[in-house]
Design a protein around this ligand. Structure first.
Ligand code: ATP
Ligand code: MG
Length: 544
């Protein structure tokens, strides 16, 4: 083949340099350059201005770690759950757990007691860190699970703390702490350090075992000069990064917390999402790097409070987590008005998360770029036979960022890996001659109309191109003669009027007959996960 990224066997190699993965724990990796920026702000709360310098973050998280070992008997390899919103203390808690030799298992702070108990049981958490406000939910979850583990709360205001709860603040500030116990920690780079749960978009969330090496590899992969979004922290410059994506999810955990701490950036934590606060924070903190998911791109391109001034300092924007069309990106870029380096990344919890990312200056906004360094891809048909350029199939991954496996889930592990060790993403994608990937949709969510496959994301992006449409979601519903047919849920823009028929005609004029959308329902909002994915499963439960 002409282009070197495709091998003779139709494997896509990374066009970037192989990464060198230092033989460290994630904890040592993150702090290795601390002495270059001790006085810089590490994390700060967008609402209250409460925050930490790098030196404080290091000291406090270490003391917390020592107390986890002595007072809470956390041993090497024990899981400690973190159920917190995006607060500036989150990275300190997470790094503290690692320093103590523990494994972080991050829980969605909006989970119900029932959902929490499932993860606490499955991860065998030995303690849980949360907010005072969430203690009742956790107590209820412990009752359901019939387990008893200590609860540690992070106090961030004058709200009362329920009785019998230890405080992160006291544990981390106690100057009598004996840090020498941390010398007993024995962790290797191949040990598990992070146990997040997949988003549960397609079924129940699965526990994903990630090693120190997995996450360090992924940090190094996004450090490649051709894909890197950050700038070096120096005496005159520090990147300001918007922490709006939930820290409990792999995208923000690796790309915002661990990676940004390793390069000395300022992480601005937004505890409660509100469009106006989000936009104001970008302006106030002179955000220059924005990591987002599709709902935020849509918002930044359409909200009345989003202006040229809001994005004045923004230089790089990365989208990930769910499909996004070029037209969605254009609307945002038009609002911002100045030159912005916009790129998409593609990844999964199982891959720490980054698999592909657009190179600097790429104008192919709908693509997610080629594989990152040391990463190989295959695009395969249903028989796992390799396909070539411009052929659509399932995308498989091999690389140092791929998880060891799912926790206690042999069935899922069997389905997730091919016999020769390739990870099956379950996503449908196409690669061009240069190995540039475009994600179509999830295999499981394709709509099968008379034997043809229709990716709902394609119809959703067409619907969003209509001037009166604010948002849209498409699912497959049973149909008498076609087997299945697309059904759309549409949110109209405030003050706009439009009929179902007009929308159908708008979409149907642009697609082949089998993709026609003749069933449209207007709704007030589209159900989405915290990480920004459309929950088509919820729509199916509600309407089918
Ligand atoms: P579960 O596996 O529990 O059903 P999930 O797959 O949503 O949940 P995550 O690991 O958070 O959990 O998400 C990974 C998925 O997100 C990918 O498989 C892919 O479908 C989607 N995704 C990620 N990045 C992109 C992107 N840039 N474009 C399109 N889809 C993306
Ligand atoms: Mg998944």
């Amino acid at each position: 083949r002409e282009n070197s990224v495709w091998t003779q066997d139709r494997v896509i190699k990374s066009p970037f340099k192989d990464v060198e993965i230092p033989n460290l724990t994630l904890y040592d990796y993150v702090w290795q350059n601390l002495d270059r920026w001790p006085e810089r702000t590490a994390s700060v709360c967008a609402e209250t201005g409460r925050g930490y310098t790098y030196e404080q973050a290091f000291k406090l998280s270490n003391r917390f770690a020592a107390n986890l070992r002595t007072k809470f008997k956390i041993c090497d390899g024990d899981s400690v759950a973190v159920m917190l919103p995006n607060i500036p203390d989150y990275p300190l808690v997470a790094l503290g757990i690692l320093a103590a030799g523990g494994v972080i298992t991050s829980i969605n702070p909006n989970y119900t007691a029932h959902e929490v108990q499932r993860q606490l049981k499955m991860s065998e958490a030995k303690a849980i860190v949360t907010l005072p406000e969430t203690v009742p939910v956790i107590r209820e979850s412990l009752n359901i699970a019939k387990i008893n583990i200590p609860i540690i709360a992070v106090k961030r205001n004058d709200n009362p703390v329920p009785e019998g709860i230890a405080l992160f603040n006291e544990l981390s500030e106690d100057i009598h702490t004996d840090n020498s116990v941390l010398k007993q920690v024995r962790r290797q780079t191949n040990d598990i350090c992070f146990l997040p749960y997949s988003s549960g978009t397609t079924g129940l969330p699965k526990g994903v075992e990630l090693s120190h090496r997995n996450i360090i590899a992924n940090c190094e992969q996004i450090n490649d000069p051709i894909v890197a979004m950050h700038n070096e922290t120096t005496s005159t410059h520090q990147d300001s990064v918007m922490g709006v994506l939930p820290f409990f999810h792999i995208y923000a955990a690796t790309v915002l917390m661990f990676h940004k701490f390793s390069i000395g950036a300022k992480l601005v934590a937004l505890p409660k999402f509100q469009p106006e606060t989000f936009l104001k924070t970008i302006e106030k903190h002179k955000t220059n790097i924005l990591m987002v998911a599709p709902p935020l791109i849509l918002l930044m391109g359409s909200h009345s409070a989003a202006t040229e001034k809001t994005f004045e300092h923004v230089k790089s924007v990365c989208n990930g987590a769910a499909p996004l069309a070029a037209s969605d990106v254009e609307r945002f870029l038009q609002t911002a008005k100045h030159e912005i380096d916009f790129r998409q990344g593609y990844g999964l919890t199982e891959t720490s998360p980054t698999v592909t990312i657009g190179p600097k200056g790429s104008k192919q906004h709908a693509t997610t770029g080629p594989p990152v360094g040391s990463t190989e891809l295959r695009i395969v048909d249903i028989n796992l036979k390799n396909l070539g350029p411009n052929e659509t199939g399932e995308i498989l991954v091999r690389g140092p960022q791929v998880m060891r496996g799912y926790r206690d889930n042999p069935q899922a592990n069997k389905e997730a890996f091919t016999e020769d060790g390739w990870f099956r993403t379950g996503d449908l994608a196409v690669a061009d001659e240069n190995g540039i990937i475009t994600i179509a949709d999830r295999l499981k969510e394709l709509i099968k109309v008379k034997g043809f496959q229709v990716p709902p994301a394609e119809l959703e992006s067409l619907l969003r191109e209509h001037p009166s449409v604010n948002d849209a979601a498409v699912i497959g519903v049973p149909h008498q003669s076609k087997g299945e047919a697309p059904k759309a849920f549409v949110v109209l823009k405030d003050g706009h009027k439009c009929t179902e028929r007009q929308l159908s005609e708008f979409v149907n004029s642009k697609v082949a007959t089998y993709k026609h959308v003749d069933d449209i329902t207007f709704v007030d909002s589209i159900p989405k996960s915290a990480a920004g994915k459309i929950l088509r499963r919820v729509l199916k439960d509600q309407y089918c």
